[in-house]
Design a protein around this ligand. Structure first.
Ligand SMILES: [Zn+2]
Length: 572
């Protein structure tokens, strides 16, 4: 494509509302244009990158034996009522009525539609396993869309769903998709990590997020420096004590200490002259099965996702001041386990047998020398806190967990029977029994993958596209379009590359070289072939690699072969 006739308008200045590099650079490189809040148009240069990712995804999904479908974006409410999500999904689900008054929504995801399809198409175990996928536009009415297409309301996603006859087979499908995702993100040229994610009520290690590692990422990952263990901070396990034991015999009695107005952890520590880890933080939660007190060390924080899973409740929220007063008999800041009349859950790190400082369940009082084994009634012990960077690895127990940031670009998840049971998606098994299908779901944010690639690969001058997803891997740049021999050589190289099947762009604009070089760096073309009078006098053109800045002199007659071999090396 020749730039003179291409719809590619670059911006010299940073757009004011762009918070992250990918958003800023995609706007500046003329890839996307905002239409409304969280809704973007893809312009030719941006769409080309999107299509590159799509092609890789499609090839790998097809190779893995899954089949492509295209499901409607508009979905009838009946299916969502069957699954129970019409009421549960909340305001992110954009609902509307048609002219006859029938209710619909814009699909934010397609479990309901695909389950409906499977229950109508699959009848026998012979039809299984089955993996279907689509690449399609979705809509989630995010309250605060931001970061450009990274957190948009309308977005393009590859979603896949697997159907199997039993758990063992479902786990095989999961593994196939997991391996396929590794191939996809490798081919996209990304530095990524599959990390264990929260499985909610499903349990087991059947939920992984694929994270592109970038400092600007929204997600915090804890990753072992010795083994392969990596998990989202929501999910990361902590290594508890070797054994749960109150080995030391309690000594003395709890002392009630007057602590007027001393409420926060740091205030208590300062007032009593103790370290945070010798303090018990007691938080009261309302849950779907009543109020619960959760205890963690003063230097730890309660992980509500872990607590919810441990309790096996459907929802959980921090209790308000009034409930805390009712439950503990004291205002917020003085709760403690001694004499508490509700269910008490203790974090693993507290059961080491040493005495602690706790709230006294009385305004302006704390207790010191509390031996949890003797003085408190603990109903449940488990891992209910956020694991922190620097802690030992829960898997190999030798390594240390490091905190790294990432952007979630893919998610694989074993759904189990959730939708097939609710929607009666059944098949007849080999033994003649009618059973619900075991399902899994697998998503990749296509636009988000492009944005994440830019977050990971950019510098002050602009984007540095990985070759495999670059809109155009090669740019021919004649320094002066008015010089006959320069333009002749440039045009010949451009045509030869096109004939060789290489996606090439040519900057044939009558602009100053500095402007053209700046734009080339901004839009991130991996290889720039500069055709200028001075180098032609030496019998060469210059090929510059965007990622390294390395320049090579190449004979104009050898440019096609040269490009072929470097692009092949880079997996294009
Ligand atoms: Zn480890």
């Amino acid at each position: 494509m020749k730039l003179s006739s291409m719809l590619l308008n670059t911006l010299k200045e940073d757009p004011r509302d762009a918070e992250v590099p990918s958003h800023r650079l995609m706007l500046r490189a003329g890839m996307i244009k905002r239409l409304a809040s969280g809704i973007y148009s893809y312009l030719p240069y941006g769409l080309k990158a999107l299509r590159r990712v799509e092609n890789i995804v499609r090839q790998e999904m097809d190779n893995a034996g899954s089949q492509e479908v295209l499901l409607p974006g508009v979905q009838p409410s009946e299916l969502w009522k069957e699954s129970g999500r019409w009421d549960l999904y909340g305001k992110e689900l954009l609902r509307f009525k048609d002219r006859k008054g029938a209710e619909f929504c814009l699909g934010p995801t397609h479990e309901e539609v695909i389950t409906d399809l499977a229950r109508r198409e699959v009848t026998s175990y012979k039809d299984l396993p089955l993996i279907l996928y689509q690449i399609q536009t979705k809509f989630r009415d995010e309250i605060r869309p931001r970061f450009g297409i990274m957190r948009a309301r309308e977005f393009i996603m590859k979603d896949a769903y697997s159907f199997d006859r039993d758990d063992a087979s479902a786990e095989k499908s999961y593994e196939i998709m997991f391996n396929t995702y590794e191939r996809i993100f490798n081919r996209c040229g990304l530095d990524f990590k599959p990390v264990e994610a929260d499985t909610g009520s499903i349990g087991g290690s059947f939920s992984h997020e694929f994270m592109v590692l970038a400092e600007t990422g929204e997600d915090m990952i804890l990753s072992c420096n010795n083994c392969k263990y990596a998990a989202n901070v929501e999910r990361a396990e902590s290594l508890g004590p070797d054994s749960i034991g109150f080995s030391q015999a309690p000594k003395g009695k709890p002392n009630k200490v007057h602590t007027p107005g001393v409420k926060t952890i740091s205030q208590v520590c300062e007032f009593l002259g103790v370290k945070q880890e010798k303090l018990v933080k007691t938080l009261v939660y309302n849950t779907s099965s009543g109020p619960v007190a959760a205890m963690v060390r003063g230097d730890h924080d309660v992980n509500e996702a872990k607590l919810r899973t441990l309790l096996g409740v459907s929802w959980i929220e921090l209790a308000d001041d009034k409930t805390v007063q009712e439950v503990t008999g004291a205002p917020v800041g003085f709760a403690g386990p001694v004499g508490l009349g509700i269910k008490v859950v203790a974090d693993l790190s507290l059961v080491d047998g040493s005495p602690y400082v706790t709230g006294a369940n009385e305004e302006d009082y704390h207790l010191t020398n509390v031996w949890l084994s003797r003085d408190a009634r603990i109903d449940l012990v488990g891992d209910i806190r956020f694991t922190q960077p620097g802690e030992p690895c829960p898997r190999c127990k030798k390594g240390t967990l490091q905190g790294i940031r990432g952007i979630e670009v893919g998610h694989v998840f074993k759904l189990g029977l959730k939708y097939s049971k609710a929607m009666n998606a059944v098949f007849t098994d080999v033994d003649g029994e009618v059973k619900p299908m075991v399902m899994g779901c697998y998503g990749i944010g296509i636009g988000r993958t492009v944005a994440a690639a830019i977050e990971q690969n950019h510098d002050d001058s602009g984007i540095i596209f990985p070759v495999s997803i670059a809109p155009y891997p090669v740019l021919v740049l004649p320094v002066d379009v008015k010089q006959g021999p320069v333009m002749e050589h440039a045009l010949r190289i451009y045509e030869d590359l096109k004939t060789a099947g290489i996606d090439v762009m040519m900057d044939d604009r009558d602009e100053r070289p500095g402007v053209k070089f700046k734009d080339a760096d901004l839009v991130g073309v991996p290889y720039r072939i500069t055709v200028g009078k001075r180098s032609l006098d030496r019998g060469v053109v210059e090929v510059k690699e965007r990622s390294t800045g390395k320049v090579e002199d190449v004979n104009p007659d050898n440019v096609v072969g040269y490009c072929r071999s470097i692009l092949k090396d880079k997996g294009s």
